[in-house]
Write a protein that binds this ligand. Structure first.
Ligand code: NBG
Length: 989
């Protein structure tokens, strides 16, 4: 497999509101109507010019790194040149044993000249000042890696005053998208992953602090803890990891430091030990001190939580160091904004990535537990619907692994995707309260809160002759951060995933409470909390609900303020913003962040319109994930006007300038104006979120070659034509392809460890784990009996594992591991054509029924395993599930058919279930109508697990076929051109 298709991994305070807050009842009347430009937008366009035939560019086959990453990340990394990083010399010999310039990784653009006065994130532990030469050692993830963070006094992030200033006289040109500048194309700095962590080869005994036994933060009191083995890392291409020992050289103190600080640095200079005893002690300490359980109550579940906390402690160490490093080096940061993350279980993944699975297995087994059973205790955080959410999770893993300075942002939903049960053949949905027992991976940031406003009104005022705006008198909620460390594989680099939770603003509560309206206060609290309460359970259709728009804006406002705050800590010149910040929009759900940035720049920081627009265009990139009309987000102007009046004004303003340019380019062609406008006209005016994203991004990407081509020639055809006419050269790189990818760490090393091991043994190295194209070396074993035997044995073992899973989860059904496992698992949707597969099963059944015994004897026994969730309101999809189960009932109960055919519905398809299902599949189906599936990613996971694919020439199947050879894929159905012809024929009928 190569980078494209397969395996393309990556191919990836009380919060006191300072802002004016009003209870809902006190809402001002509906805000003023859109400003003048808005009306302008509605003007009849000029007469049509001569129509030009749309230029349809070729699909751009961009070369991809082995681990793919979102476009913005690529930008943030392309230019990096490995270079030794400077590690400040130790002050005292005994504290800094012979160091080596370990970080050969990536050289950031520049190193801050002097230590920052303040740690990056909102607050610092009291008076723990770092040595003068260095910035504070505890930046963003500032709090100490205590297993359960103790709520500290909450700090309030100042509410940005909603003062504003729309630049009154922007030239029309100002909204032309910013051209792709040279520096945008090749970003820059990169972090040397966690370079602060010096890993010189130092004698273990020197490093393993004597003090450590008694003073580690886990309260490790074991006599041999002081002799604990330092964490060992596998050899890798990174200099950083060649050494065998890590210690924390940043904890160097100045002679002048107070005794307290000296003590602090001393206590924190070592990492947690990784010998069996140390691990066991850490786990047991968490059982007693974190979970407060007794030794008589140490079941698998307790063991899971204690183990997870102990692993998290390690992640916090590298997460702190990574943050520290990034803060010092100040690279361009890539921010991935996604409303969905299907992370899957984290314990195994974290252990694999930090190279500690073996040690933990030993330690846990020695305590009398089985690691696989412990893995099974973990809830699967289902904070996503399907491919888009899982892609975001794969990207997080790849970004950390490839050492991009990247953060993910999302929402911490209380309820993720529903849990599906099959009852009497029907799908039944249950709320999935994944937080019931707490989430040991997150760090609750009571100190990181951001106020977010809704409703209110816009006041226009004069400021020294300038027209300005202020958005005010709205309802304020607080966004509180929950951070999840994202460890890279075989690197110390540990990025951050920041999820926001909606909380009531303290001021808001008090007001109701003081007037004696206790229930009003509680209601308000619930109303605020409802914003982050539930993930919308649709993957291709939009719920036109106000709450969903609230959720989207809540996410965008909190994230943008956080990013802007971080930028402002080190920079004063706004023009540097796009040099330091790159934001990737995962579909249009975070589209409002574009408008929010403009609002911050214009209304709060009083930048001129043109400058704000340029900065915005250079900052954002947008990934489209679907061409299905029903999935394209459009918001009623009416709802937007009520909820986000200032944002609507700004959208109209952008549209005004943009359409002026469009009219010029197309000589007033009304059809073009209509199709490109950010506002859809009709009975109800609606804001087209995809159009906002295209206009305000410097890169727009599709997720597979075919999909990108369809975007260029279909959905965004008029945009492509517009930019071509505007300045072909300048905008030629605007619409690009970045084929999706998946992480082979989760989908091979975690899901199919034996196959991963076989690959490593056969190709003679494990470099394929970060560069999947290297599995090509397996080709030479294609006819090697021994290898094939081993592969078959592994597959059979995986099939046995799935058979046991089926027996346990599908009402005791027994399936034969020697039958062919024909698997169809994904969200249920008409375009994916599960119905066709089910009808085929019925046909196969009838065919077998009609066979003579002699012919039947030649039939390969087959088990059809189908699974996936249907959106709760999607009737046809739900009926499809029922049909599959009903047909299954007939077939499975037909004694005459015996074991030749079985049908099983696999309930509650999720990441963790996929990890059991995919490695066991012999054949998997990806048969969407050509042109409808943007990419698909499970096709890649099946392929890398040695499963054959039956697929249409759709999405990434096309590239998979090219990479593995069509002869190795069962290609079926009409291709996209044929489908288009059929559509035309049908429409003529
Ligand atoms: C989905 C597509 C898939 C694609 C994933 C990830 C949405 C809106 N789209 O084909 O249907 O693989 O996105 O790009 O979820």
């Amino acid at each position: 497999m190569t980078d494209t298709a397969a395996p393309v991994e990556e191919m990836a305070a009380k919060p006191a509101a300072e802002a004016p807050a009003k209870p809902a009842e006190e809402q001002p009347a509906a805000p003023a109507a859109p400003t003048a430009p808005a009306k302008e937008e509605e003007k009849a366009p000029e007469p049509a010019p001569e129509a030009k035939s749309p230029a349809v560019p070729e699909v751009n086959h961009e070369p991809k790194p082995a681990d793919t990453a979102p476009q913005a990340a690529t930008e943030a990394k392309e230019e990096e040149k490995p270079k030794a990083a400077e590690v400040p010399p130790p002050k005292k010999e005994e504290e800094a044993p012979a160091k080596k310039e370990s970080e050969s990784l990536k050289e950031p653009e520049k190193v801050p000249e002097k230590a920052p006065e303040k740690a990056p994130e909102e607050k610092q532990p009291e008076k723990v000042e770092p040595p003068k030469e260095q910035p504070k050692p505890e930046p963003e993830p500032e709090q100490k890696p205590a297993p359960v963070p103790v709520p500290e006094e909450k700090k309030v992030v100042p509410q940005p005053k909603a003062e504003s200033k729309p630049e009154p006289e922007p030239e029309p040109k100002a909204v032309e998208p910013e051209p792709i500048k040279e520096e945008d194309k090749k970003p820059e700095l990169v972090p040397e992953a966690a370079t602060k962590r010096d890993v010189s080869a130092v004698d273990h005994d020197t490093v393993a602090s004597e003090d450590f036994a008694d003073k580690s933060k886990t309260g490790d009191r074991s006599p041999d803890a002081g002799k604990s083995q330092p964490i060992k890392r596998k050899d890798s291409k990174f200099e950083l990891q060649k050494a065998t020992v890590m210690y924390r050289p940043e904890f160097i103190y100045d002679k002048d430091e107070s005794a307290k600080d000296v003590k602090m640095w001393d206590l924190m200079k070592s990492y947690l030990g990784s010998d069996t005893k140390s691990i066991q002690r850490q786990i047991v300490n968490h059982v007693e001190y974190t979970l407060a359980r007794t030794r008589f109550n140490f079941d698998n579940n307790g063991c899971y939580y204690a183990t997870a906390y102990s692993v998290r402690d390690r992640l916090v160490e590298s997460w702190n160091d990574t943050y520290q490093h990034q803060y010092e080096k100040d690279p361009k940061m890539m921010y991935y904004m996604s409303l969905e993350y299907l992370l899957g279980r984290m314990l195994q993944n974290a252990l694999v990535n930090i190279g500690q699975e073996g040690q933990y297995r030993k330690s846990i087994e020695d305590l009398g537990y089985n690691l696989e059973d412990i893995y099974d205790e973990e809830n699967d955080p289902g904070l996503g619907n399907g491919g888009l959410g899982r892609l975001a999770a794969c990207f997080m893993d790849s970004l950390a692994t490839l050492e991009y300075p990247a953060w993910g942002y999302g929402i911490r939903y209380n309820y993720g995707i529903f849990r599906q049960e099959i009852s009497n053949g029907y799908q039944v949905e249950y709320p999935d309260y994944w937080l019931a027992r707490g989430n040991p991976w997150e760090i609750e940031r009571l100190d990181v809160t951001v106020p977010v406003m809704f409703y209110g009104s816009v006041r226009h005022y004069k400021d020294g002759g300038q027209d300005r705006c202020v958005w005010e008198n709205g309802e304020v909620v607080q966004a509180m951060a929950y951070d999840i460390p994202m460890p890279g594989y075989n690197t110390f680099n540990t990025n951050n995933l920041r999820l926001w939770r909606a909380c009531p603003s303290a001021e808001f509560d008090f007001r109701s409470f003081n007037t004696g309206d206790y229930f009003g206060a509680v209601k308000a609290k619930q109303k605020a909390e409802s914003i982050s309460s539930v993930l919308y359970p649709n993957d291709t259709t939009v719920e036109g609900k106000e709450l969903r728009l609230k959720q989207e804006y809540f996410f965008c406002a909190a994230t943008l303020e956080d990013i802007v705050n971080r930028f402002c800590k080190k920079h004063k010149d706004w023009n540097e913003f796009p040099d330091k910040v790159s934001i990737q929009l995962n579909d249009t759900h975070p589209a409002l962040s574009v408008i929010e940035l403009i609002r911050i720049l214009i209304d709060i920081h009083k930048l001129p319109w043109e400058q704000a627009w340029k900065i915005t265009c250079r900052t954002f990139s947008y990934t489209n994930h679907t061409v299905m009309q029903e999935a394209l987000e459009k918001w009623d102007v009416e709802i937007m006007q009520k909820l986000l009046p200032r944002h609507l004004e700004l959208i109209y303003l952008i549209n005004h300038f943009f359409l002026e340019s469009v009219r010029k380019v197309f000589k007033g062609d009304p059809e073009k104006v209509k199709s490109l406008s950010l506002i859809e006209e009709g009975d109800k005016k609606r804001v087209r979120m995809a159009n906002i994203c295209v206009v305000a991004s410097h890169k727009v990407n599709g997720v597979a070659e075919l999909h990108t081509q369809i975007l260029r020639t279909g959905l965004f055809k008029d945009f492509v034509e517009y930019y071509d006419h505007l300045d072909k050269e300048r905008y030629k790189g605007k619409f690009i392809n970045v084929t999706n990818g998946v992480t082979p760490r989760r989908w091979l090393i975690c899901a199919n460890p034996k196959l991963a091991d076989l690959i490593t043994r056969k190709v003679g190295h494990d470099e394929w784990t970060t560069d999947l194209s290297l599995v090509e070396d397996l080709k030479s074993f294609a006819n090697d009996e021994e290898t094939l035997k081993e592969f078959a044995a592994i597959k059979r073992e995986n099939k046995m594992r799935l058979a046991a899973w089926v027996k346990k989860n599908c009402g005791g059904v027994e399936i034969n591991p020697d039958a062919m496992f024909d698997v169809f698992v994904k969200r249920i949707h008409e375009y994916k054509r599960q119905l066709m597969a089910i009808l085929y099963v019925a046909h196969r059944y009838l065919t077998i029924k009609g066979m003579k015994p002699a012919d039947r004897a030649k039939v390969v026994p087959r088990v059809f395993l189908i699974g996936g969730k249907a959106a709760p309101g999607y009737d046809v999809a739900k009926k499809t599930i029922k049909l599959a189960n009903s047909i299954g009932d007939v077939i499975n109960n037909d004694k005459e058919i015996g074991g030749l055919l079985k049908v099983v519905y696999l309930p509650n398809y999720s990441v963790s279930n996929a990890q059991v299902i995919i490695p066991a599949a012999d054949l998997s189906q990806h048969i969407s109508t050509a042109g409808t599936e943007a990419s698909g990613t499970s096709n890649m996971k099946f392929a890398m697990n040695g499963c054959l694919i039956i697929g249409t020439m759709d999405g990434a199947n096309v590239e998979i076929a090219r990479e593995i050879g069509q002869e190795n894929m069962f290609v079926c159905g009409a291709n996209v051109d044929q489908v288009n012809q059929y559509r035309k024929m049908v429409s003529r009928c």
